[in-house]
Design a protein around this ligand. Structure first.
Ligand SMILES: Nc1ncc2ncn(CCCCCNC(=O)c3cc(-c4ccc(F)cc4)cc(O)c3O)c2n1
Ligand SMILES: [Mg+2]
Length: 214
């Protein structure tokens, strides 16, 4: 059988990026997805918003739900201070295999722990398995109908603290209407919408930033 889209993306990174240079890995993926074949990375436009929120939060512990090929994993990990950790959850083994290689190519494997499995099963194990007290930052980019149940699970597992920042991708396209209702109507969150575009397109999309108030 032929290669998969993630495998072709990895080839483009190995061909066009410089080993150990996260910026070149990000550019190589953006170039490939904009000019060769579209893929569901957060992309360069929403990526700038992700960068600015991350720089503001400067998290010691961060969680990503939905690794895919590791594009946003690299974007997040490259901005983490020394000693900070990013845990990223991916349930598709083929995606996870490509992501591990892209994260390693960027030289960021020491800052990232990629865990394979469904978020609903893994979130309750975060404390015992990784010694996490709470997360400073959470990037939601997995199944859009898991955003609400997993946010509630993070609350119930005591993994959010006063000030934890949740940043959700795709709240317009494909859309996460239940999630927007949940965080915007809950007294426990202060939410803000960042209007942007669906990766590599002119279609509207955006990121929702929600601060947990405890
Ligand atoms: N529970 C659990 N735990 C762990 C997991 N790991 C992975 N998954 C499953 C995640 C499957 C991929 C999620 N991402 C998207 O679906 C997505 C789609 C589009 C898009 C597509 C077509 C269009 F025409 C327009 C927009 C754009 C985006 O930026 C997206 O992020 C998990 N689930
Ligand atoms: Mg997305």
């Amino acid at each position: 059988t032929g290669s998969s889209r993630p495998q072709r993306m990895l080839k483009a990174v190995q061909k066009n990026a410089t080993k150990g240079d996260p910026k070149s890995v990000i550019s190589a993926i953006d170039y490939y997805c904009r000019h060769k074949e579209w893929a569901m990375n957060v992309g360069d436009e929403k990526g700038l918003i992700l960068d600015s929120v991350l720089t503001e939060v400067n998290p010691s512990t961060a969680l990503e739900l939905g690794t895919y090929c590791g594009y946003s994993t690299v974007r997040i990990a490259r901005l983490l201070s020394p000693g900070s950790k990013l845990i990223t959850i991916e349930f598709n083994p083929a995606f996870a295999a490509v992501a591990r290689q892209i994260i390693a190519y960027a030289g960021l494997q020491d800052k990232v722990t990629l865990v394979e499995g469904p978020s609903g099963d893994l979130i309750p194990k975060m404390k015992e398995r990784f010694g996490i007290k709470s997360f400073d930052f959470v990037f939601l980019d997995h199944w859009k109908d898991r955003y609400v149940p997993d946010t509630k699970l993070l609350e119930d597992c005591g993994l959010l603290r006063k000030g934890t920042v949740l940043l959700a991708d795709n709240v317009i396209c494909p859309g996460a209407p239940e999630y927007l209702k949940y965080v915007r109507n809950s007294p426990r969150y202060e939410s803000q919408y960042y209007k942007s575009n669906l990766e590599y397109t002119k279609v509207e999309d955006g990121l929702e930033k929600s601060v947990f108030l405890g």
